[in-house]
Design a protein around this ligand. Structure first.
Ligand code: MG
Length: 391
């Protein structure tokens, strides 16, 4: 029986950077510190921290799966961050990396794909400004021209990434007569075809996917999928909303273009029907949002029974990224992990160790105990909009 330890403090660092990451730090009486990350935009309250600290009092902190079942009944969001931190602590206390606790790695490095947005990185301010301008009937901004997509694809590929993703719905905003209508006009599909042609021409055989953000109706999503088939896309993401399994299955069955979905779904049961009915080809659960490492592993195992790949949606800090790398290293049917933070200059600086998280589009799977990370709290505090909470 390993030596027991207890949590002496739980702290939350909310509102970090443009996606408002929330990191959680567990301090123990054994001198160990564990880190986790909540789903994007999480805003915990002081009372939530106190509740979770009380919940963990007197528990065997190595029994992470059992604790996760308890945490699921607690405040949404924080539970996933605490589960991640408990894996970090258990690994450190036992002197083994987290991937060993999750069954052991089947690969030594994890492939990333770069979310490129358009001809320029996504920022909240610029994005809102551009979308309002095109909705008001203005000309298509330069960054949404097919040539701009082609240039950006070449630039990001040059960073070492072996796979890219672009947003396909936003550039056609100016062509739409009614933003809320789910139909796709002929000229919108033609514009998307031009974008995909520009990207394919600029990066050759490199994999690239496109995201539709659940915008279209079923029949027009099928028209779009057929129009894009010649480009042999890595995947077409969320052509229709994921909640109606029959509609997603209809699109998937109608095209040889692989269909990907799942970033907004929560928990094993949020994915069960999608998997068993083969309603998509590739699943993209967001690790903190879908339920943390334990829950994600179970989703991936069910998908593996149906020979479906998983490619996690991911916009988080390097803390959840390293946790994702441990997890993904243990999943045979893992395809690639999203990197959505090219435009955040301090992203890599959140960690002191490893000093360089991404190397040529891949992340090495750490073999140090726990997550194998050291967080730079000065960098975290410098980019926080919220206050540190502590219980
Ligand atoms: Mg998406």
């Amino acid at each position: 029986m390993p030596r027991q330890y207890r949590i002496t403090a739980i702290e939350a660092f909310p509102g970090i950077g443009p996606y408002r990451w929330c990191l959680v730090k567990l301090t123990t009486d054994a001198g160990l510190v564990g880190w986790g990350e909540a789903p994007l935009w999480s805003q915990p309250a002081q009372a939530h921290l106190g509740h979770i600290k009380h919940l963990l009092e007197g528990q065997n902190l190595y029994s992470v799966e059992r604790l996760w079942r308890m945490l699921q009944r607690g405040p949404a969001g924080l539970g996933q961050a605490v589960e991640m931190a408990l894996w970090d602590l258990a690994g450190q206390a036992l002197g083994v990396p987290v991937h060993q606790l999750l069954g052991g790695k089947v690969r030594d490095r994890v492939r990333l794909y770069a979310d490129c947005h358009a001809g320029v990185d996504w920022t909240r301010e610029d994005f809102q400004e551009r979308v309002q301008a095109v909705r008001a009937g203005g000309p298509t901004p330069e960054v949404y021209l097919p040539e701009a997509f082609g240039r950006r694809a070449r630039d990001v590929k040059a960073l070492g990434f072996t796979a890219l993703k672009f947003d396909l719905d936003v550039p056609v905003a100016g062509l739409r007569l009614d933003w809320e209508d789910r139909s796709l006009a002929r000229q919108e599909i033609e514009y998307m075809v031009r974008i995909c042609a520009a990207v394919r021409e600029s990066i050759g055989d490199t994999d690239f996917a496109v995201d539709c953000h659940a915008r279209w109706n079923t029949s027009d999503a099928i028209r779009l999928a057929h129009a894009l088939e010649p480009f042999d896309l890595w995947w077409l993401e969320d052509p229709v909303p994921p909640q109606n399994i029959e509609a997603m299955a209809k699109v998937t069955a109608a095209t040889r273009q692989p269909i990907c979905t799942g970033e907004a779904l929560v928990g094993r049961h949020g994915f069960r029907e999608l998997i068993v009915r083969q309603a998509a080809d590739i699943l993209q659960p967001d690790i903190p949002r879908a339920g943390g490492l334990t829950e994600f592993k179970q989703i991936a195992e069910l998908a593996e029974l149906y020979y479906m790949s998983v490619a996690p949606h991911h916009m988080s800090s390097p803390v959840a990224t390293i946790a994702a790398v441990h997890l993904c290293s243990t999943i045979p049917n893992f395809l690639a992990l999203e990197h959505h933070c090219l435009g955040i200059p301090f992203w890599n600086d959140v960690l002191r160790r490893p000093a360089q998280v991404i190397e040529q589009g891949f992340v090495r799977v750490p073999d140090e105990p726990g997550l194998g990370i050291e967080v730079d709290e000065d960098v975290v505090r410098a980019h926080m909009t919220g206050e540190v909470l502590r219980a």
